[in-house]
Design a protein around this ligand. Structure first.
Ligand SMILES: Cc1cc2nc3c(=O)[nH]c(=O)nc-3n(C[C@H](O)[C@H](O)[C@H](O)COP(=O)(O)OP(=O)(O)OC[C@H]3O[C@@H](n4cnc5c(N)ncnc54)[C@H](O)[C@@H]3O)c2cc1C
Length: 465
């Protein structure tokens, strides 16, 4: 499969989508060469299809020529899934950006993949409904990218992740056929659960062109709590105790470094003794919220040696706290120019072990490693900071990543909670999946995409299917 495209292929692509929806200029290709990893792989062309039918014809052409096709939402992915690592075509889904239907009575919606998640959330909220999956990138990532990565966010601790809301999909298969999966109803077990197979498949099995999601009634109110702790061990140790008796809709953690890099965005100055933070939110109707808040306050008051417990006094303060939480990822670059951002998951009871391990690992390998994230579901973002222009740091960071993954698996965890495998973790997948599971994964990929034209080089280690 050639990385470049012949002029005949470009002409054929142009005939399918129209000249205004094909770009091959170097500047534009560079814009589509990146994602959240900051790795760089320019494609040979970027195509902006306007319908599933056009995508079907592009896939037929891709198999005939052949060339690689890489689906792309907003390019915020953290594992290189939207990068054209084998050249070919990036299929930008930005024209397929309509909310097709919001059925308030049945609490479902049908959207195209290029809809921006935050805009969709705002639209359903206007109708008194609630779409819970809330990646920190919601303001700019797409629903299609969320389904392809099975995105999660702070609210996953109570409401689950994208997978829990996808009822059905329309997908263009790698050979160009149109597959419709799933149901519009609350229940459905007709045949294999093909929908689930595609959720989290990182654009390697098909191109999602429509998504049916379920919605919930919007909670009446929320209350945000800030818990400042004297140590990381204290904060991480509290997580299981809180969840034993309380039902927060978010339970986020920041370690000392994360706190320091966003301290200036917090609404109030941070006491010097605060070395870690938990950010919790309760939701529900007004009466239950009062009851829940009282119970949580009583519990936290009984915890010895907390530095401070604070309830946000108004939505503006709560928003400021959440803005600081969302700012951690970009603020990390004030530490070093690059980062490896891992989103490992461990059983909640093992978070203290994981965090202590990352501290020790950073010291041992001479790296800045810090942690924050969705403590409520054990999904801790481990950030290994580095300067990629320094070969020593790169090799130390690679060692750190491998040792981190080994530790996570030993603790009973998994390599990724929400960012997927992409290219950055493909080589490590066999650490987690058994040889049988790897073989079945390769067989599934081969079944759907025998010519390997759809998003090659992702999930499976290089050299396999
Ligand atoms: C600052 C920041 C914060 C983030 N916070 C979170 C977080 O809290 N939770 C979380 O889960 N993620 C988070 N992410 C990661 C990222 O936003 C998610 O993975 C998101 O789901 C990617 O969506 P996207 O539209 O940008 O997809 P892209 O990056 O464009 O693509 C991601 C993958 O989806 C595939 N894909 C895209 N569209 C389609 C389609 N229509 N059909 C088939 N495959 C498709 C691509 O091929 C690729 O493999 C964060 C990223 C950033 C930069």
């Amino acid at each position: 499969m050639a990385n470049t495209l012949s002029s005949t292929t470009i002409k054929s692509l142009t005939a399918i989508v129209g000249p205004e929806h094909v770009t091959t200029t170097a500047e534009e290709l560079l814009c589509y060469a990146y994602d959240g990893t900051a790795l760089e792989y320019p494609p040979a062309a970027v195509i902006f299809p306007g319908s599933a039918a056009e995508i079907g014809r592009i896939m037929e052409l891709a198999n005939r020529v052949p060339f690689a096709v890489v689906p792309r939402g907003a390019g915020t992915g953290m594992t290189g899934g939207a990068l054209a690592v084998r050249g070919g075509v990036v299929l930008a889904m930005s024209r397929l950006n309509r909310i097709l239907e919001i059925d308030t009575a049945n609490q479902i919606a049908v959207v195209e993949p290029g809809v921006i998640t935050g805009q969709f959330q705002a639209e359903v909220q206007r109708l008194g409904l609630f779409y819970p999956p809330d990646p920190a990138s919601a303001a700019f990532c797409t629903m299609g990218g969320n389904v392809a990565e099975c995105a999660g966010g702070p609210s996953a601790v109570k409401y689950g992740v994208t997978r829990d809301y996808v009822r059905g999909l329309e997908i263009v298969l790698p050979d160009g056929r149109l597959l419709v999966t799933g149901v519009r109803t609350a229940k459905g077990v007709a045949g294999y659960d093909l929908t689930r197979l595609f959720v989290g498949s990182e654009g390697t099995l098909g191109i999602i062109t429509k998504i049916i999601v379920s919605l919930l009634a919007a909670p009446e109110a929320r209350q945000t709590f800030l818990v400042l702790c004297a140590s990381m061990a204290q904060a991480t140790g509290l997580v299981t105790k809180i969840l034993a008796q309380h039902h927060p809709c978010t339970l986020e953690y920041m370690d000392t470094t994360a706190l320091q890099i966003v301290a200036h965005s917090l609404p109030a100055p941070l006491p010097a003794a605060a070395k870690a933070l938990l950010l919790l939110e309760l939701d529900g109707d007004q009466a239950s919220l009062v009851h829940q808040s009282q119970a949580l306050t009583t519990f936290l008051a009984s915890c010895p040696d907390l530095i401070a417990v604070h309830q946000a006094t108004d939505p503006a303060e709560a928003n400021a706290l959440w803005a600081a939480r969302r700012a951690i990822s970009p603020a990390a670059f004030s530490l070093r120019p690059h980062k490896m951002s891992e989103d490992v998951v461990v059983p909640r009871t093992r978070i203290p072990d994981l965090v202590a391990f990352t501290q020790e690992l950073g010291k041992r390998l001479g790296l800045v490693i810090f942690t924050f994230g969705h403590a409520g579901d054990g999904n801790i973002h481990v950030n290994i900071m580095l300067d990629r222009s320094k070969p020593d740091e790169v090799s130390q960071a690679n060692r750190a990543k491998e040792q981190l993954f080994a530790k996570v698996l030993a603790l009973g965890g998994t390599l990724s909670g929400e960012h997927g495998i992409g290219i950055t973790k493909a080589a490590f997948l066999p650490m987690e999946l058994s040889p049988v599971a790897m073989a079945v994964t390769q067989d599934i990929k081969h079944l759907f995409d025998p010519n390997g034209v759809l998003n090659p080089g992702k999930i499976l280690p290089t050299g396999s299917a």
